[in-house]
Design a protein. Structure first.
Length: 360
């Protein structure tokens, strides 16, 4: 192995300890002495003490967040900075421009363009952006603008109601046309307030329920050459738990390639994003959601043979990329299970044990 350890930073890993394990495995495969620094705002989170080093950062909403991220990067000089938190991604790529500052320092920051990051966070805007690049997506309207959607609905139509700016199925309900108004009102009650919004129904979206089976699809582009598609991994969702895929079976990615290529190119994608799609009876794919990060469905394809952490590490440290990183076996069924680990003894300074939420 090389003498000097190479460094990556993983932020807000929460419960995704497997990501740390798989990046360690990538270091071992490539014969690199690697160091994984886990950056969290909660010192007692499951992942905080699982890396080779732990660094506490302010919450992404804290005015000091950006300064502390840059201070950390200048100190440890990582080659890769990634996060598994949707809201932290918005802070990095849009609200602060920190992602570009990191890239100027020679750090790889996977993700999409700032415009697409905003679109991924706003389900109404995302639907419009997908339509603009000719990627099928269900008609999406604000909760305050149901008339145009209901006018086209059949007698037995069902609708999906959810938060416009939400994460992990927040505010979700599946209802018939008779109950959609009530569902919008109920969903709006739990919408986080926004300074520029006077009607909480504006922050709820409604879509017709898609017909067919739901799939999770990982779309991958090169970290060195953003945009062109380099990998597509797909699994059919068999069971959900708390808004995340709990059991799935890997499938042929072929039906999803066309939509994936259009999204990767338009979004100037670097690295991996997680996309929810439906396939109808004719095999046509429609996109219903995009998460510009490692999602909770990636383990199902990794266990079947794909290896995106190896792909990342190979590129950023100049090693030849293994041809097998984007291949996996269809028909592999995997299910998640629960583990518990000690993360602190007594009081844990810097930990917000009363309000912290781990992103699974």
């Amino acid at each position: 192995m090389t003498d000097a350890p190479v460094t990556i930073v993983i932020g807000s890993a929460g419960r995704r300890l497997y990501l740390i394990d798989w990046f360690r495995a990538a270091f071992d495969t490539l014969g690199l002495s690697g160091r994984i620094i886990v950056a969290e705002n909660d010192a007692s989170s499951a992942a905080a003490s699982y890396g080779d080093e732990t660094r506490l950062l302010p919450r992404y909403t804290d005015p000091a967040y950006g300064e502390e991220v840059l201070r950390l990067v200048d100190e440890v000089e990582p080659k890769l900075f990634l996060t598994a938190n949707d809201f932290e991604l918005m802070q990095l790529h849009v609200n602060s421009g920190i992602a570009d500052e990191l890239r100027d320092r020679g750090v790889f920051v996977p993700g999409v363009s700032a415009a697409w990051q905003v679109g991924c966070a706003d389900k109404l805007r995302m639907a419009q952006m997908l339509e603009d690049i000719d990627v099928p997506t269900p008609k999406t309207v604000k909760g305050s603008d149901l008339a145009s959607l209901l006018a086209d609905a059949g007698e037995n139509s069902e609708f999906v109601v959810k938060h416009r700016f939400g994460s992990r199925s927040s505010g979700l309900a599946v209802v018939t046309g008779d109950d959609v108004d009530e569902a919008v009102v109920n969903s709006a009650k739990s919408v986080p307030p926004r300074a520029d919004s006077t009607d909480p129904r504006e922050d709820v979206v409604v879509q017709p329920r898609m017909q067919g089976s739901e799939y999770g699809v990982d779309i991958v582009s090169s970290l060195l050459d953003p945009g062109p598609l380099t990998g597509v991994f797909a699994r059919r969702k068999l069971r959900m738990r708390a808004g995340e895929t709990d059991k799935a079976v890997t499938v042929d990615p072929g039906p999803f390639r066309e939509a994936s290529a259009k999204i990767a190119r338009a979004a100037e994608l670097s690295g991996l994003i997680d996309v929810d799609m439906f396939l109808d009876d004719q095999g046509r794919a429609s996109v219903i959601d995009i998460n510009p990060r490692f999602g909770g469905g990636y383990p199902f394809v990794h266990l079947a043979g794909a290896d995106v952490p190896l792909y990342y590490v190979s590129q950023i440290f100049g090693n030849p990329v293994s041809e097998g990183w984007n291949r996996y076996e269809p028909g592999v069924i995997s299910a998640k299970y629960q583990e518990t680990r000690v993360t602190a003894h007594g009081s844990c300074e810097g930990s917000d044990t009363s309000t912290s939420v781990e992103h699974t």
